[in-house]
Design a protein. Structure first.
Length: 277
């Protein structure tokens, strides 16, 4: 029993490592060697491993060749949980580039692969990815069960708390304190695990701004914007970032008479960031 517990902990640590370095192509030699060794120790066939390694070397996770190689890897050895995880990621990322009608089908494909990977590994990390897909499919009760379990079994993972924050915000019950609590906890843990491949840290920053604004705490809302601006600039499209900055400038104009000193400070900061002339 002790050996099983130790092995389980090793698996969890490895999958957290995998989440920190998601399948995006151009992996270095050390990462490739580590992944190959891990799969070899699990007894996965060489051909399956070769297909998997070849797939994750491809630039761009949505490349169709990437998907085909992962499918071949699974055909060679259906115990290769890494390939199921990577294939789930392929369908998830690809769902962002299809029509709304097709999106649900793509998300269900991602869910199918994540579930198989979770069954093979029996580690709570993959639960977080299953939970995120359930949330996107608007199956909120199933999502919450998973995020609660993830927080219980891996309290150092940011993904469980991020999921709880999304659910709390989605409820629309204006429980700002609880939503903020989950978001702040997500930020703290994100610095360690980089979101486990499922946390959109730019959105975490944006949610904090909106919540502080709704709470009437404008100083914290603007401070959250300045703190999160580099992350949002990196994560969001130019158009989306432009809409956010327009919103922030308008919010500042709205408080000119009520909080004149804060208003003036923001004007100076906006100029530093080239948001206004």
């Amino acid at each position: 029993m002790k050996d099983i517990t130790i092995r389980r902990k090793v698996l969890i640590i490895f999958y957290i490592f995998m989440c920190i370095f998601p399948v995006r192509g151009a992996i270095n030699e050390e990462t490739e060697a580590n992944r190959r060794k891990f799969l070899e120790e699990k007894g996965i066939s060489k051909k399956s491993i070769d297909y998997f390694i070849e797939a994750i070397k491809i630039e761009g996770v949505t490349d169709y060749q990437n998907r085909r190689l992962l499918e071949l890897s699974i055909e060679e050895d259906r115990r290769n949980d890494m390939s199921y995880m990577a294939l789930g990621a392929w369908w998830y990322f690809k769902s962002n580039y299809v029509t709304e009608n097709m999106r649900k089908d793509f998300l269900n494909k991602a869910l199918e692969n994540y579930k198989i990977a979770n069954k093979l590994t029996s580690t709570p990390v993959s639960f977080g990815l299953v939970g995120k897909i359930y949330f996107l499919l608007e199956e909120y009760e199933e999502a919450e069960k998973i995020f609660d379990r993830m927080i219980k079994e891996i309290p150092d993972s940011s993904l469980g708390y991020y999921g709880k924050a999304l659910l709390e915000i989605n409820r629309g019950n204006r429980n700002f304190e609880k939503s903020l609590e989950y978001l702040i906890k997500t930020e703290e843990l994100y610095e360690k695990d980089k979101g486990c491949g499922g946390v959109d840290i730019g959105r975490v920053k944006l949610f904090k701004i909106l919540i502080y604004k709704n709470m009437g705490n404008y100083e914290k809302a603007f401070n959250s914007f300045y703190e999160g601006y580099p992350v949002m600039a990196d994560e969001f499209t130019e158009r989306y970032l432009s809409l956010i900055t327009e919103f922030i400038v308008k919010m500042n104009n709205d408080i000119e008479k009520t909080y004149p000193e804060l208003y003036k400070r923001n004007i100076r900061k906006f100029k530093e960031l080239d948001m206004i002339d």
